[in-house]
Design a protein around this ligand. Structure first.
Ligand code: ZN
Length: 288
């Protein structure tokens, strides 16, 4: 498949997911009276719009993984434009199918008027309960700001997916995503020991002593997770199925409740022509 054909396929799937998202947002609003995409936190964090933009752009993600092609800059522009179009399509659908006292809304007012009202009313709803911020005519500036935030939210959803796709190891030569070929994880409960491991492994990796780094991380602590362990480090390897170039990534994490959060600066990645071998078995057991 040529690069252009791949881009067209990715764009087509992105367009499809955007259309489905717009229809879903419209249906929920139409039948349940809840406009998910206008939901905000503290008035200014358009969480609903970000989620909607994320859902709308999910087809790009699917398409990129399907063809094994990282989206081009052209696709990024396409993603943002589609996200904005999705936002307006949801409003257009709401307008087209709204009925006021038995009269279809399009017979009563133009779309531009409806849009201004819809946006300002959704911003008013978030005012302090019972306190009236003002009549919709008085909040012109706020209406524009709110619309801008909504559009930004939709775009952020798309950008997020683009960013996520750009962090997956990729072979520039063959223009393909790499396949995960191995993982070596070590858990640690002692913060100082963890810091020492990370710094030693990073030093070795930066010096090009890949095998020594793999050995150092492997023997640092246990491969078996313990509820007391607050830290872990991982070495992951990926390979290009076509030219067999290898990719090695080292990451450090700390536990935050049920999640593992990346430790800043405890990161390294490199492409290697030669094969990378991780430890075959689980590492040494934690001393009793
Ligand atoms: Zn390759």
């Amino acid at each position: 498949m040529t690069k252009l054909a791949q881009d067209v396929l990715i764009a087509a799937l992105g367009f499809a997911s955007s259309l489905v998202t717009a229809l879903l947002l419209f249906a929920v609003n139409h039948f349940f009276g809840f406009a998910i995409h206008t939901y905000s936190i503290y008035l200014v964090v358009p969480i609903g719009a970000i989620a909607a933009g994320f859902a709308a752009a999910s087809g790009y993600h699917l398409g990129a993984r399907l063809v094994g092609q990282r989206p081009s800059r052209l696709i990024l522009v396409n993603m943002i434009l589609t996200a904005i179009a999705t936002y307006f399509l949801v409003h257009l659908l709401n307008y087209r199918f709204a009925v006021v006292d038995g009269v279809p809304l399009p017979d009563l007012e133009p779309f531009s008027r409806y849009l201004a009202d819809a946006v300002s009313h959704s911003s008013l709803r978030f005012g302090v309960r019972g306190a009236v911020i003002g009549k919709s005519g008085d909040i012109g500036a706020w209406t524009y700001l709110f619309t801008l935030l909504q559009l930004l939210g939709f775009s952020i959803g798309g950008l997020w997916i683009y960013w996520e796709l750009s962090t997956i190891p990729f072979c520039d030569r063959c223009r393909r995503y790499l396949k995960r070929s191995g993982e070596q994880t070590r858990f640690e409960y002692d913060a100082d020991r963890f810091a020492a491991t990370v710094s030693a492994v990073l030093d070795l990796l930066r010096a090009g002593s890949i095998d020594a780094a793999i050995e150092r991380q492997s023997s640092s602590s246990t491969a078996l997770a313990d509820s007391k362990d607050g830290f872990k480090s991982t070495l992951t390897t990926s390979q290009c199925a076509r030219c067999h170039v290898n990719h090695l990534r080292f990451e450090g994490f700390r536990r935050d409740g049920k999640n593992w959060i990346n430790v800043p600066k405890a990161e390294f990645e490199s492409y290697l022509e030669r094969p990378v071998k991780l430890a075959p078995q689980a590492g040494v057991l934690k001393p009793a």
